[in-house]
Design a protein around this ligand. Structure first.
Ligand code: SF4
Ligand code: SF4
Length: 446
């Protein structure tokens, strides 16, 4: 069986972000392969954990991926400060005699944005609205590479490594079955140190923030990489709770047109025509057909504008998300013009340390996430759509007994989607948009 078939059978998707199905992304030829080990979002430790502890698996998988792509140059991009991680992967690369280079980057945000990575590593700019393959490059990440190693050994994606930190008793890396309740993850890490908390699923910049109550119905998916527990009084939760109507109203009245959001926008700095301050200005005389709104299609939703740049505490990112949905529905296209890289780019990269302070999360930077725990679950709720593209179709019935690793949701190979597997053995209790499995051995091993 070839590599792509194995990846397809194991249901591998990008381990972070939108979760692009890997059997489609990697079924390509490319000159460059860049593996993202940057851990772009502040505070997280999952990729670093994998580079320290699963270096062998990761470099073996990278070598297979590179062969399959026919890649001429292969890089693991990481931050220059990750000494232990760099040593760990370098040792494996040397021992195996692989031609994988380590590309060391400064600590700035969003160093791991794939278009920023491509620029930093191979010096080319992905065209506006394009993807790395437009410049002969494939970008994947270390978590995905680890899952591909497992796929090569016929093991499907059924577990996730999760950084859990913030207002939690034991900040750590958890390894959990996909479909485990978020609240169970919090309990496994000793519970929260505060009563009234909210949870950032993912990183503080691009993650989704939900309340403790909403978390009751949320389980871990293939694309989740972190849980950050924060107070409900934290500015990040308060901002998220504002709601779109208020965000738009405040934006119309409070934007001072300083243009910092544009000046610091990582995509603008690359030379893409995206000017969030002009989008904010256009809100005041709202016209859906205003050409400036098409620029929102180039927004990566990185959050630099709202969490770092804006002196008024406004949310150009949220506005872009809203405007994007309107212009997409109208079939509008992004401006494809590529300008020169902004001459100030190097001076306007956002230092991670400063960003943490601005985010009000600096106090958690001492949580080093060195401890690790694998947990099991007695019940999992597994979504049939955990990533972009089409949902998988259920192939099990209520009452059926399934074994860990058994296929429970299938997808045709040519569709954008991924197979889903049972993450625990047990009885299928529900089949709908999600599949619920309850263990018939209720003893939970921790
Ligand atoms: S979120 Fe803001 S800073 Fe980031 S790409 Fe979009 S407009 Fe630019
Ligand atoms: S940074 Fe804030 S105040 Fe300044 S132009 Fe952008 S949205 Fe308006």
């Amino acid at each position: 069986m070839d590599l792509i078939e194995k990846i397809y059978n194991a249901g591998v998707v990008g381990a972070g972000g939108a979760g692009f199905p890997s059997h489609i992304k990697l079924n390509n030829r490319a000159e460059y392969l860049i593996i993202n080990g940057v851990e772009c979002e502040p505070l997280l430790g999952t990729d670093k954990f994998l580079m320290r502890n699963k270096a062998k698996e990761i470099v073996l998988a990278i070598n297979e991926i590179a062969k399959n792509l026919g890649a001429r140059e292969v890089f693991i991009a990481t931050k220059e400060s990750y000494n232990e991680e760099i040593n760990s992967v370098t040792k494996e690369i040397k021992e195996n005699g692989f031609r994988i280079k380590i590309h060391k980057m400064k600590s700035f945000y969003p160093a791991g944005d794939e278009q920023v990575l491509v620029k930093e590593v191979i010096g080319k700019t992905v065209p506006p609205g394009g993807i790395p393959i437009n410049v002969n490059t494939v970008v994947s990440n270390v978590g995905t590479a680890y899952n591909i190693y497992e796929a090569i050994n016929d093991k499907p994606v059924i577990r996730k490594f999760i950084s859990i930190l913030g207002e939690i008793k034991n900040p750590m890396i958890l390894n959990v079955p996909i479909g485990t309740s978020i609240l169970e993850c919090i309990n496994a890490a000793g519970g929260s140190t505060i009563k009234d908390y909210a949870i950032i699923i993912g990183g503080p910049m691009m993650g989704k923030i939900i309340s403790h109550e909403e978390a009751k119905n949320r389980t871990i998916t293939k694309t989740d990489g972190a849980l950050i527990i924060i107070s409900k009084n934290h500015v990040l939760y308060k901002r998220k709770s504002l709601g779109l109507d208020k965000i738009i109203k405040i934006s119309k009245s409070a934007c001072i047109q300083c243009s910092y959001c544009t000046d610091l926008c990582p995509r603008f700095l690359l030379g893409h025509v995206i000017r969030p301050h002009r989008i904010m200005r256009a809100l005041t005389c709202f016209d859906e057909d205003n050409e400036i709104f098409n620029e929102s299609l180039l927004c990566s939703e990185c959050g630099v504008c709202e969490n770092y740049a804006c002196p008024m505490g406004l949310s150009p990112r949220e506005v872009n998300v809203y405007i994007k949905s309107i212009v997409r529905a109208k079939g509008k296209k992004a401006n494809q013009k590529l300008l020169e890289e902004n001459s100030m780019r190097d001076f306007r990269l956002v230092p991670t340390e400063k960003l943490l302070i601005r985010l009000g999360l600096n106090k958690y930077k001492t949580q080093k996430l060195q401890s690790y725990m694998e947990i099991s679950a007695d019940k999992v709720t597994i979504s049939l759509k955990q990533h972009i593209g089409s949902p998988a179709k259920p192939v099990v019935e209520v009452g059926q007994r399934v074994e860990e690793g058994q296929l429970i949701g299938d997808i045709e190979k040519n569709l954008l989607g991924a197979k889903i597997h049972a993450s625990i053995s047990g009885i299928v209790k529900h089949v709908g948009e999600q599949i619920v499995i309850e263990s018939d051995n209720k003893e939970v091993i921790k």
